[in-house]
Design a protein around this ligand. Structure first.
Ligand SMILES: NC(=O)C1=CN([C@@H]2O[C@H](COP(=O)(O)OP(=O)(O)OC[C@H]3O[C@@H](n4cnc5c(N)ncnc54)[C@H](OP(=O)(O)O)[C@@H]3O)[C@@H](O)[C@H]2O)C=CC1
Ligand SMILES: CC[C@](O)(C(C)=O)C(=O)O
Ligand SMILES: [Mg+2]
Ligand SMILES: [Mg+2]
Length: 490
């Protein structure tokens, strides 16, 4: 099997990368109809498998789980997830031949072996679905000609797929039909119904391609979504300790800080997040973010280049072949960081204080969101998709850190995202070493020590104009306009 993207001529690569259309709610008027009465069999019951299955069932669809024999015999977590939630569980042989739609929700590493095992069991003309296009795009998996192949990719962790659905909302979702596998021309109808079943249509659905999804998903998760939050947590915590801030306070400010400040981002973009600061603090955060952007831009470019060329997937697949040695080593190292080992103190921090004492965190989020957006769009990814993969999803990842720090984030995201997050972190921590030497507790831990909040009018106007003029703000305002059902979290 070869990297499918790399086999395409350049103009086809560009056309696939640019494939992305926002779908209007009227296009979902048929709801889940195309899947009503059809048997949906999910393989794997982990982060996406369990949570998508719960939503689909609550949307009136017929969902069951096919697990590998050892998971059933040993009553593993996947078996518990499915049975404790009242789902029917069976082996591939028992359930796959009855399935109209098979949802492959196993880790990307397993896709080739899982799909190879289930394909011969699938009935003629059935549908195979993915939530990430890695197997098709980066590994070049070939699927039986009679099968329809679709992708329904929630732009968010599985836990939030469920939490947002329960709140009456959903998460932005990319759907695609693999053009080589749409023999009955029903792929789009099935993907749309599936997106409705998970609640995705309430937040926004983009009709895209497997390629655009993969190249944007990998970029978002490695940089702003997970990598930047991991690096920011580690650096901000260590700096606060160096500056004499009480460890329990420092731990709490970061653990819950990302969630609090990015909630403002979710509602009103980068502009609103910075508007939550006093005028002097806003100008400080803006200047810090400009500096961070200059330092980190080459790193963002490198991640995008390595994703486009296939270098990233190649090196990760080498680690797969080596029993995930690097992934396991880096996971263990993360557990040993000071931030991870210091429990949040029993101290009151108001919502506003997270902004006032977390100016550097605000600057890191601004820099990361804008850089990820700029890098993705420069590489041919459409603005709407880049927005979901940078700005909109950051709060959804921040929610996982609030639950149980970096451990929870890395446990909830896919192994692919976790691997890329560590790669970014290893490069970004040393890159920011000199920058961090100049940082004091006025921007992380204590807040600005100013006698009055006066600022130069001309400078404030310049900063406000620059914030509002960034292209992520323009597309964000339009997309958020379609999110009427969005619910408040903090
Ligand atoms: N994590 C997320 O939030 C997101 C994930 N995705 C995509 O969704 C897909 C699933 O990822 P994710 O939910 O993180 O996966 P998880 O790691 O959470 O879950 C994996 C599930 O697959 C089962 N599994 C593992 N290995 C095998 C195997 N060899 N054969 C059969 N079953 C196996 C596991 O059960 P057991 O070991 O007990 O058999 C477990 O139930 C991936 O394509 C990912 O990129 C997309 C968006 C977000
Ligand atoms: C951000 C990581 C992700 O792409 C996701 C939750 O959307 C993943 O692969 O887990
Ligand atoms: Mg993703
Ligand atoms: Mg991903």
């Amino acid at each position: 099997m070869a990297n499918y993207f790399n086999t395409l001529p350049l103009r086809e690569q560009l056309a696939q990368l640019a494939k992305c259309r926002f779908m209007y709610s009227s296009e979902f008027a048929d709801g889940v109809e195309a899947l009503k009465g059809k048997k949906m069999v999910v393989i794997g019951c982990g982060a996406q498998g369990l949570n998508q299955g719960l939503n689909l069932r609550d949307s009136g669809l017929d969902v069951s789980y096919a697990l590998r024999p050892e998971a059933i015999e040993q009553k593993r977590q996947s078996w518990k997830n499915a049975t404790e939630n009242g789902f029917t569980v069976g082996t591939y042989e028992e359930l796959i031949p009855t399935a109209d739609v098979v949802l492959n929700l196993t880790p990307d590493k397993q896709h080739t072996s899982v799909v190879t095992a289930v394909m011969p069991l699938m009935k003629e003309g059935a549908c195979l679905s993915y939530s990430h296009g890695f197997n098709i795009v980066e590994e070049g998996m070939k699927i039986r000609d009679d099968l329809t192949v679709i992708m329904v990719a929630p732009k968010c962790p599985g836990s939030e797929v469920r939490a947002e659905y329960v709140r009456g909302f959903g998460v932005p979702t990319l759907i695609a039909v693999h053009e080589a596998n749409d023999p009955k021309g029903e792929g789009l109808a099935l993907a749309k119904a599936y997106a409705v079943g998970t609640g995705g249509h309430k937040a926004g659905v983009l009709m895209s391609s497997f390629i655009a999804e993969v190249k944007s998903d990998l970029m978002g998760e490695q940089t702003i979504l997970c990598g930047m939050l991991q690096t920011g947590s580690i650096l901000c915590f260590d700096k606060m300790i160096e500056e004499g801030i009480e460890p329990g306070y420092a731990s709490k400010l970061i653990q819950y800080g990302w969630e609090n400040i990015t909630e403002a981002l979710k509602y009103g973009g980068v502009t609103n997040m910075l508007d939550r600061l006093s005028n002097p603090a806003k100008i400080k955060a803006f200047d810090l973010a400009e500096e961070l952007k200059e330092i980190m831009r080459p790193l963002y470019n490198k991640h995008q280049d390595d994703i486009m060329s296939g270098h990233f997937s190649h090196t990760m697949m080498e680690d797969w072949a080596n029993d995930d040695a690097n992934l396991h080593k880096w996971r263990a190292e993360t557990a040993e960081t000071n931030f991870e080992k210091t429990p949040a103190g029993d101290v009151e921090i108001t919502e506003q204080e997270y902004f006032d004492n977390g100016i550097l965190m605000v600057a890191m989020v601004k820099a990361g969101v804008e850089l990820a957006f700029e890098t993705m769009t420069a590489a041919g990814i459409i603005a709407e998709s880049a927005y979901y993969e940078s700005l909109h999803e950051t709060p959804l990842i921040a929610n996982t850190i609030a639950r149980k720090k970096l451990y929870e984030m890395n446990a909830t995201i896919s192994d692919t995202a976790e691997y890329g997050c560590y790669l970014y972190n290893h490069a970004c921590v040393p890159l920011l070493a000199d920058f961090m030497k100049g940082i004091k507790s006025d921007v992380i831990g204590k807040g600005l020590n100013v006698d009055d909040n006066g600022v130069d009018n001309a400078r404030l106007i310049e900063v406000n104009d620059a914030l509002r003029a960034h292209p992520v703000e323009a597309v964000g305002a339009v997309l958020r306009g379609h999110m009427a059902d969005m619910k408040k979290i903090v």
